[in-house]
Design a protein around this ligand. Structure first.
Ligand code: F0G
Length: 354
């Protein structure tokens, strides 16, 4: 049967009715890729699977939540949606609003969103409001303005977002036959880690999984309120997607940590970038810097004995590497080879670089 998106696929587990018009771009059903080379490089006997969320229609996991949020906004009669964003939410909001024929307003931090995400929000026709401030300022403003203008908020404080995002856990359980031992994610607002936990608990309760995983959240070191145990006013990191100091799902995330017996950890930008490169060079998988934080953290915790041998681990890569071409190119030091269009020079270029 033709796959037509996660709401259709999990209709009985999501808050839609027979008559709800679904706003979908075929999101979800993303690949679960087993790492073949990195465990050997680490010299560890661990089974790591990558949930490659960068292969959603707009290139990030946000599509899972956005299909639900926009479907429900349209059902409620909304003619416009609004969000604050570090980039990916704005791209998804813009695309799903276009699909639904409604307006999207996106508040983004000036100069701090990756080029690919900006291109997406622009080309889909969102109204882009750049603010001289960070994501947290944008989020505060969105909450305020929603009381004064006819717009539906589609940030993850919208409960339908997490409902959509929980389906990633369903897919993982269906593919592995059970929940993994550990699930690692990058954390910003902590909506996604909370949504995954909801999904795992739901399948466990219904007997579709024999266990739930230990949930591990990784934050960029300059932007790690969960590790600090307090909000941060001036978050900084090269991983702009998770440059968030005042997470919206503060309480939910702490519940996830306690219930799953998991933890939060901070990872330096240097390690994040090194892991992004390792993954591209050794496994052929390209993710954006924020996404690499989950694998960077996992590698750290494996090497330090926090995650034992024989563990089965799922690591979510939240966004595609093409989202942030500037950071990708800045990571590559090898000069290009410039030649004249003659065979001998091509041959030399090959032989000198074997
Ligand atoms: N990874 C990527 C690529 C993201 O874009 C985000 C969040 C996260 C991880 C963190 O997810 O907030 O649920 O803990 N991006 C939001 C945005 C803030 O506006 O695109 P979280």
């Amino acid at each position: 049967m033709r796959y037509t998106g996660l709401i259709e696929n999990y209709r009985d587990r999501l808050p839609v009715s027979e008559t709800t018009k679904l706003i979908s771009l075929g999101e979800g059903n993303t690949p679960l890729i087993r790492l073949e080379n990195i465990p050997a490089i680490l010299g560890k006997d661990v089974d790591i699977y990558i949930k490659y969320e960068g292969l959603n229609p707009t290139g990030s996991f946000k599509d899972r939540g956005m299909t639900m949020a926009v479907t429900k906004a349209v059902e409620a009669g909304s003619k416009a949606i609004i969000c604050a964003s570090t980039g990916n939410t704005s791209a998804a909001a813009a695309a799903y609003a276009a699909r639904a024929g409604i307006k999207a307003f996106v508040l983004i931090p000036e100069g701090k969103i990756a080029l690919g995400k900006l291109a997406q929000a622009m080309i889909h026709g969102a109204v882009i409001i750049q603010i001289k401030g960070n994501f947290d300022d944008g989020m505060r403003l969105v909450k305020e303005v929603a009381d004064h203008a006819p717009v539906a908020i589609v940030n993850s404080i919208n409960p339908y977002r997490l409902q959509g995002q929980k389906t990633a856990a369903f897919e993982i359980i269906e593919e592995l036959g059970d929940a993994p031992d550990y699930h690692c994610l990058p954390v910003g607002n902590a909506g996604n880690i909370s949504a995954h936990w909801m999904g795992y608990k739901e399948y466990f309760k219904d007997g579709k999984a024999a266990k739930t995983p230990i949930m591990v959240g990784y934050q960029a070191a300059g932007s790690a309120p969960f590790v600090k145990g307090a909000m941060i006013d001036n978050p900084e990191t090269i991983a702009t997607a998770i440059r968030i100091g005042h997470p919206q799902s503060w309480d939910l995330a702490h519940t996830v940590k306690e219930e799953s017996k998991g933890w939060f950890k901070a990872i330096s930008d240097k390690r994040i970038l090194a892991t992004q490169k390792l993954l591209t060079e050794k496994e052929g998988i390209f993710c954006e810097p924020a996404s690499a934080a989950s694998l960077a953290g996992l590698i750290h915790d494996i090497q330090h004995g926090h995650i034992p041998d024989k563990s089965k681990i799922v690591c979510t890569l939240t966004g595609h590497g093409l989202k942030d071409p500037d950071v990708a190119i800045s990571q590559c030091n090898d000069a290009m080879i410039n030649i004249n269009p003659v065979m001998s020079e091509v041959r030399d270029a090959i032989l000198n670089n074997m």
